[in-house]
Design a binder for this molecule. Structure first.
Ligand SMILES: Nc1nc2c(c(=O)[nH]1)N=C([C@H](O)[C@H](O)COP(=O)(O)OP(=O)(O)OP(=O)(O)O)CN2
Ligand SMILES: [Zn+2]
Length: 129
């Protein structure tokens, strides 16, 4: 079966505090988050800017979170104000996954990796989707 896998990586800077955390991470502080998204599909699709079936999805749709919060992204935001869950790296990855899924065609398998620091990262996918 033909398989295409897109890969993109981007960064955003944001502040957060982990609610309920008994330690310094419970105080407001910032990170330069790095994100990698892979998008795998067995078929190609049209996109907002291309009406023929020649893309898994537009790379632009995978990189929405890199935009400023005034444009619907997460850059230079306070994550506690932008996402409806406690903003651990795990929950940020899950949020980016779900938001991205809502923006791309059906039938694409996503994996979202979020680095909170150079040495700490999390991968999120959902085999049930
Ligand atoms: N599983 C998770 N653990 C922690 C998360 C998280 O999102 N998921 N987040 C934090 C804090 O946000 C913190 O900013 C990062 O903590 P840490 O890696 O400890 O950062 P430091 O670079 O300051 O490391 P030190 O070992 O404290 O020097 C914590 N845990
Ligand atoms: Zn933190």
């Amino acid at each position: 079966m033909p398989t295409w896998t897109l890969h993109t990586t981007f960064k955003f800077d944001a502040a957060h505090r982990i609610e309920g955390y008994d330690g310094k991470c419970g105080r407001l502080h910032g990170h330069s988050y790095k994100v990698h998204i892979s998008a795998e599909s067995n078929k190609l699709n049209p996109s907002k800017y291309l009406n023929t079936d020649d893309m898994v999805c537009d790379f632009k749709e995978l990189k929405w979170a890199a935009k400023g919060s005034e444009k619907g992204g997460l850059d230079h935001s306070v994550l506690n104000e932008e996402i409806p869950v406690n903003p651990t790296a795990e929950r940020i990855a899950e949020f980016i996954y779900k938001e991205t899924m809502s923006r791309i065609p059906e039938g694409i398998t996503l994996k979202v990796t979020v680095w909170e620091t150079e040495n700490c990262w999390v991968e999120y996918t959902d085999e049930g989707e």
